[in-house]
Design a protein. Structure first.
Lengths: 684, 203, 104
C-alpha cells in the first residue's frame, strides 16, 4: 500500500526526547500516520474486509434456510453466524465505512488541512481495528458450552469453529446473555469488543464535533456547510450522547458475567428489562447513526447529477437534526412486546410516528431536487435513486411498527428482518456505494468503470429486492426470526428459496464491484479534476487529493460556493453554465495544487497504534482474569496503554513541512506545546 | 491531545471559528456526554434501591455512615476550591502557588478515594458484598466508577504537578492543561454533589 | 453572560467566599437529613425538594464559578445543558416505565 507523495521534509526540533517517525511511504507510514486521508482509507479498507466477512456469514445463513429442515448448519453455528453477521455489519462495516467518509471528506468539505486532533483521529482508528480483531478472535479462542442443565431440544452444541463465536444476537438480551445461560467466553468477546469499539467511536465523535465547529474555512457559516457535513455533525452528536449509555450497560453485563453482580439476574431480583431499556436507549440512536451518513451522501450526489442546487437545503438540514433529536425519544418501540405499561406504549407509538415527518420532508426534498433537473444516470446517481426508492419502502414498513397491536404481530418475525434490511441495506449500503462511486476519482485520481458499475448496481438492486422483498410475506405468514430450521408443512420453502437466490445475486454484484475496484485503481480512466461538475470544496483540488489538502485556504461566500462560481441562472431560473466556468475550475485547481509557502501538517506518531493495542490486551486480561495468565496480560496492557499515552503527551510537537518552493529558512520554531497524558479512560 | 494544524503564524483565530480553543471545546463536549454515563449508573441505583429482595436482604442504605460520608463529600468539595486556586495562580504566573494547589488538590482527591476504600471495606465486613443483591451491585458500580474518575484525575494532577517542578515551570501551553484537568476535576465533583444527595441523603 | 469577557474571572478571595457558601449549603443538606429523622412532622415531602434545591444550587455554583461557565461563550453552556437535560429526561422516563418513579 505504498503511496506516492512528492518531496516531504521533516524538520527535527533539536532538544527533544523522542524522534517522531518521519516516513511518508511504506508500511510504517500507515502505522504512524496522522493524516485524515490515510486514516480514512484505512477505515475504508478495514470496513470493506469486514463487509466481506459479514457477507459470507449471511450467505451461510441463507444456504441453511434455502429449504425446510436445513441440515447445513447446526443450531449453535446458526446462532453464532446470525449474531456475528449483525455485529459485523453494524459495528465493523457500516459505522467504520461511514467513519471513512467522515475522515476523508470532512476536512476537505469545510476547507481545513486536517481534523482538530489528528493523533486522536489515528487512535480512534487503531482502537477500532483492534476491537474488530478482538471480536473476531473469538473464532479461535471463544467457547460456548451448553448451560448447566442442558440445552433446549435441538440445541445440542458440539465443538465447532463457528459455534464458538458470540451467539446472543447483536442486542445481547439478558438473561440469555448472563453467565447462567451463556457460560463460556463467546459473549464476553462480544461485550468487551463492543466496549472497545465504543471508545473508538466516542473519541472520533468529539473530534468531529470540534473539527466542524472550529475548523471551517473563512465564510463557511453553519448554514453554508454541505449537508454531508451537517449529517456528520448530527451523527457525532448522536454518538456522543448514546455511547455512554451502552458503555454502562456493557459494563453491567461484564460485571454480571465475570464478577458476579446481579443486575440482570431475575431470580436474584435483577431486571432483564433494564438491559432492554439501556440497550435501546443507545440502539435506536444507533440506527440513525447508521442511516444519516448515507442520507448526507445522497444529499450531495442527487443535486450534482440533476444539475440543480439541493431543493430546500435548510429543510433537509433541520429534518436531519430533528430525526436525531426525536430518535432519542422512541427507544421503547423495540420493547412493545416486553410488557411495558400501556401509557408508555401509546406514548412511544406516537413519538415513533412523528419520526416519519422529518423523514418524509427529506424524501420530498430529494424528489424536488431531481424534479425538473437535467438528470445524468451515472452509477453514483443510480445508487442514490436506488437509495431513495428502497428507503421509502423500508420507512413505510417501519411506520407499521409504530402501531402497537400490529407490532405485537410482527415482533420477532421476518417482517422485521425485511424492514431493517430495506433501511440498512437498501438505505445505508446503497447510499454508501453511491458515495464510493462518487468520490473514488477524488481519492485515486481514476474513475471507477461505469459499465461494471451499472452491472453492480442492477445486480444489487434486483438481488436486494429478491432477498428482502419476500421476507415481508414470509414474516407475516409467521416465519420466526433466529431459528435455524422451519418445518416443511409451514409452506415457507418457496419464499425462502427465492430469498437465498437473491442473496447470491447480491454477492455476485459485490464481486463485480471488487473486480471493478481492482481494475479501475490500476487501469481506470484518469479522472478529470472535477469529473461530475460538482458543488463542494473537495472538487476544487487536484485529484488525487494532495497531502496538504488546500494549498490556499479557501474562502466561501455562499452555500455551494463552487457551484455558483460555475453556474448562473437564466430568466426562467434554470442553471446555466457560465462561459468562464472552465477557466475558473482550472485556476482554482492550479492554485490548490501549487503551494507558494510551506504548509505545516500534523506529524506522524507511533503511539496511537500502541494505545489501541494496549486496550485490546487489557480486554483479554479482564476476560481471563481468573486464569494464571490473565492478570499479567491486564498489567501488560495497562502499562502499554498508559506508557503510550505518557509518551504521546511528551512527544515533541513538530510538524511535517510540505514545501515545493522552499524559499529560505523558517522563522523560529513553533511554540513547543506539550500535551496532557490524559486518559479519558473509563468513560464510554 | 491536540495539535492545531496549519496554524502557521498568521491569524491563529482562523482555525478556531468559535473563538474557543479546540482542546477546551473538546473537553466540554466530552464532559457533556459524561452526564449520560453517570446518569445510567444513578438510574440503576435508584431502580434497585427500592426493590424487595426478600426477607433478611441487606441494603446499602442500612449501612450508610452519613457523618463520615458528609466529611468526605466536604473534602471533595474543597478540592474544587484548591483546583480553582491552582488555575488562578497560574493565570497570575505564580508557579510556586500553582504547584502547591495542584498537589493539594491531588492530596484531597487521595483522601476522598481512601475514604471510599474505607467505606467499601466497612460495608463488606458487614456483609454487603458486590454480589449480595442488585442494589449492592448498583451501589458499588456507581461509587466505584466515580472513584475511578477521581483516581484518573489525581494521576493527571500529579503529572501536571511534577511537570511544574522543572525549571521554568509550566509553559503557557501547559497552562491550558491545568484548565482542562480543572474542568474534569470540577465535573467529577458536581457528579458527587448529585450522588451525595440522590444516593445518600434521600433515602 | 455577565460582561462576557474572559478576563473578568473572580479572584482567589471570591473563590474562597464561594467555597464557604458551598460548605454552608452542604451543612444545610446534612442538617436537613437529620431533621427529617428527628422531627416526624417535617417528613420527606418537605425535605426531599429542599435537598434537591440545595444540591442544584451547589451544582450551579461549581459549574458557573469554578468551571467559569458563566464567563464562557454560550456554545459551551449549550452542550453542557444538553447533556444534563437529556440524561435527566431519558433516565426519568426509563425509571417511570420500569415503575420506579410515578410520572403518569
Amino acid at each position: 500500500m505504498a503511496i506516492d507523495v512528492a518531496d516531504e521534509r521533516v524538520e527535527q526540533a533539536e532538544t527533544t526526547l523522542y524522534r517522531r517517525p518521519r516516513l511518508t511511504y511504506g508500511f510504517w507510514s500507515w502505522i504512524t500516520t496522522a493524516d485524515h486521508k490515510k486514516i480514512g482509507m484505512m477505515y475504508g479498507y478495514t470496513a470493506f474486509f469486514f463487509f466481506i466477512a459479514g457477507g459470507i456469514e449471511a450467505l451461510l445463513l441463507r444456504i441453511q434456510l434455502a429449504g425446510p429442515e436445513g441440515a447445513f448448519l447446526s443450531a449453535a453455528e446458526y446462532n453464532g453466524l446470525f449474531t456475528t453477521h449483525a455485529v459485523t455489519m453494524i459495528f465493523l462495516f457500516v459505522m467504520p465505512i461511514s467513519a471513512a467518509f467522515f475522515n476523508y471528506l470532512l476536512p476537505l468539505m469545510i476547507g481545513a488541512r486536517d481534523v482538530a486532533f489528528p493523533r486522536m483521529n489515528a487512535v480512534s482508528f487503531w482502537i477500532f481495528l483492534f476491537g474488530g480483531i478482538f471480536i473476531y478472535s473469538s473464532l479461535i479462542f471463544g467457547t460456548s458450552p451448553p448451560p448447566v442443565g442442558g440445552n433446549l431440544p435441538g440445541g445440542a452444541i458440539e465443538p465447532s469453529l463457528l459455534g464458538s463465536i458470540p451467539n446472543s444476537g447483536w442486542f445481547i438480551y439478558a438473561p440469555n446473555s448472563g453467565a447462567t445461560y451463556s457460560p463460556g467466553t463467546s459473549i464476553d468477546y462480544a461485550v468487551l469488543g463492543l466496549q472497545i469499539l465504543g471508545v473508538a467511536s466516542l473519541i472520533s465523535a468529539v473530534n468531529f464535533i470540534v473539527t466542524i465547529l472550529n475548523m471551517r474555512a473563512k465564510g463557511m457559516r453553519l448554514l453554508r456547510m454541505p449537508v454531508f457535513v451537517w449529517m456528520t455533525l448530527v451523527v457525532a452528536l448522536l454518538l456522543l450522547f448514546s455511547l455512554p449509555i451502552i458503555a454502562i450497560a456493557l459494563f453491567m453485563l461484564t460485571f454480571d458475567r465475570l464478577f458476579g453482580t446481579l443486575f440482570f439476574v431475575a431470580e436474584a431480583g435483577g431486571d432483564p428489562i433494564l438491559w432492554q431499556h439501556l440497550f435501546w436507549l443507545f440502539g435506536h440512536p444507533e440506527v440513525y447513526i447508521l442511516i444519516l451518513p448515507a442520507m448526507g451522501i445522497v444529499s450531495e450526489t442527487l443535486p450534482v447529477f440533476s444539475k440543480k442546487p439541493l431543493f430546500g437545503y435548510p429543510a433537509v438540514v433541520f429534518a436531519g437534526a430533528a430525526i436525531a433529536f426525536l430518535g432519542f425519544g422512541v427507544w421503547a418501540h423495540h420493547m412493545f412486546s416486553s410488557g411495558i405499561p400501556t401509557v408508555a406504549q401509546a406514548a412511544f407509538g406516537l413519538s415513533t410516528m412523528t419520526i416519519a415527518i422529518p423523514t418524509g420532508i427529506k424524501i420530498f426534498n430529494w424528489l424536488g431536487t431531481v424534479w425538473g433537473g437535467r438528470v445524468r444516470l451515472n452509477t453514483p446517481m443510480l445508487f442514490s435513486l436506488g437509495f431513495v426508492a428502497l428507503f421509502v419502502i423500508g420507512g413505510l414498513s417501519g411506520v407499521t411498527h409504530a402501531v402497537v397491536p400490529s407490532d405485537w404481530q410482527q415482533t420477532d418475525t421476518y417482517y422485521i428482518v425485511a424492514h431493517f434490511h430495506y433501511v440498512l441495506f437498501g438505505g445505508a449500503i446503497f447510499g454508501l456505494f453511491a458515495g464510493i462511486y462518487y468520490w473514488f476519482p477524488k481519492v485515486t485520481g481514476r474513475m471507477l468503470g461505469e459499465g461494471m458499475g451499472k452491472t453492480h448496481f442492477w445486480l444489487m438492486f434486483i438481488g436486494m429486492n429478491l432477498t428482502f422483498g419476500p421476507m415481508h410475506w414470509l414474516g407475516l405468514q409467521g416465519m420466526v426470526r433466529r431459528t435455524w430450521v422451519y418445518p416443511e408443512e409451514a409452506g415457507l420453502g418457496a419464499g425462502n428459496f427465492v430469498v437465498t437466490v437473491g442473496a447470491f445475486v447480491i454477492a455476485l454484484g459485490v464481486l463485480v464491484f471488487m473486480i471493478n475496484w481492482v481494475y479501475s485503481k490500476r487501469r481506470g480512466v484518469p479522472a478529470p479534476n472535477d469529473p461530475w461538475d460538482a458543488r463542494t470544496l473537495e472538487w476544487t483540488m487536484p485529484s488525487p487529493t494532495p497531502e496538504y489538502n488546500f494549498a490556499v485556504e479557501p474562502t466561501v461566500t455562499s452555500l455551494d460556493d463552487f457551484w455558483y462560481q460555475k453556474y448562473g441562472e437564466d430568466e426562467e431560473g434554470r442553471a446555466v453554465r457560465k462561459p468562464e466556468a472552465d477557466q475558473v475550475v482550472d485556476d482554482l485547481i492550479y492554485r490548490n495544487g501549487h503551494p507558494d509557502q510551506e504548509i505545516h501538517l500534523p506529524a506522524p506518531s507511533y503511539f496511537p497504534f500502541f494505545v489501541g493495542l494496549g486496550i485490546m490486551v487489557i480486554a483479554y486480561g479482564i476476560m481471563y482474569h481468573t486464569r494464571p495468565f490473565g492478570i499479567p496480560l491486564l498489567v501488560t496492557g495497562a502499562f502499554l496503554t498508559v506508557g503510550a499515552l505518557i509518551a504521546w503527551g511528551s512527544e515533541p510537537l513538530e510538524e511535517v513541512h510540505h514545501d515545493d518552493h522552499h524559499d529560505g529558512p523558517e522563522d523560529g520554531p513553533e511554540a513547543a506545546e506539550t500535551e496532557p497524558a490524559m486518559t479519558d479512560g473509563a468513560a464510554g | 491531545m491536540a495539535e492545531l494544524v496549519g496554524g502557521h503564524g498568521e491569524g491563529a483565530g482562523h482555525h478556531q471559528v468559535t473563538g474557543i480553543d479546540s482542546r477546551k471545546l473538546g473537553m466540554w463536549v466530552f464532559l457533556s456526554s459524561e452526564f449520560l454515563f453517570f446518569g445510567a449508573l444513578i438510574n440503576n441505583y435508584l431502580l434497585f434501591k427500592g426493590r424487595d429482595f426478600g426477607p433478611g436482604a441487606l441494603y446499602p442504605v442500612e449501612l450508610y455512615d452519613i457523618p463520615f460520608t458528609s466529611i468526605s463529600s466536604f473534602v471533595l468539595l474543597m478540592s474544587s476550591l484548591t483546583m480553582v486556586l491552582a488555575h488562578s495562580a497560574l493565570a497570575r504566573g505564580d508557579q510556586y502557588q500553582t504547584r502547591t494547589w495542584l498537589f493539594a488538590t491531588a492530596f484531597l482527591g487521595v483522601v476522598f478515594v481512601s475514604g471510599q476504600f474505607f467505606e467499601f471495606g466497612e460495608f463488606i465486613l458487614h456483609g454487603l458484598k458486590l454480589n449480595i443483591n442488585p442494589a449492592a451491585s448498583a451501589f458499588y458500580l456507581l461509587t466505584g466508577f466515580h472513584g475511578f474518575h477521581v483516581i484518573i484525575g489525581v494521576l493527571m494532577l500529579m503529572v501536571l504537578g511534577f511537570k511544574s517542578m522543572r525549571t521554568g515551570g509550566l509553559s503557557e501551553a501547559e497552562g491550558l492543561n491545568v484548565e482542562l484537568v480543572g474542568l474534569y476535576w470540577h465535573f467529577v465533583d458536581i457528579i458527587w454533589i448529585v450522588i451525595f444527595v440522590l444516593v445518600y441523603l434521600i433515602q | 453572560m455577565a460582561e462576557g469577557a474572559q478576563h473578568h474571572h473572580p479572584q482567589p478571595r471570591q473563590y474562597v467566599q464561594i467555597a464557604l457558601v458551598l460548605a454552608v449549603l452542604t451543612a444545610a443538606e446534612v442538617a436537613l437529613f437529620y431533621l427529617e429523622d428527628g422531627v416526624e412532622e417535617i417528613g420527606q415531602t418537605l425535605t426531599v425538594p429542599a435537598l434537591l434545591i440545595l444540591s442544584a444550587l451547589k451544582f450551579y455554583l461549581v459549574v458557573a464559578m469554578f468551571m467559569h461557565l458563566r464567563f464562557e461563550k454560550p456554545l459551551l453552556s449549550r452542550f453542557f445543558t444538553s447533556g444534563a437535560v437529556l440524561a435527566g429526561a431519558l433516565y426519568l422516563i426509563t425509571l417511570a416505565t420500569l415503575g420506579a418513579v410515578i410520572l403518569f
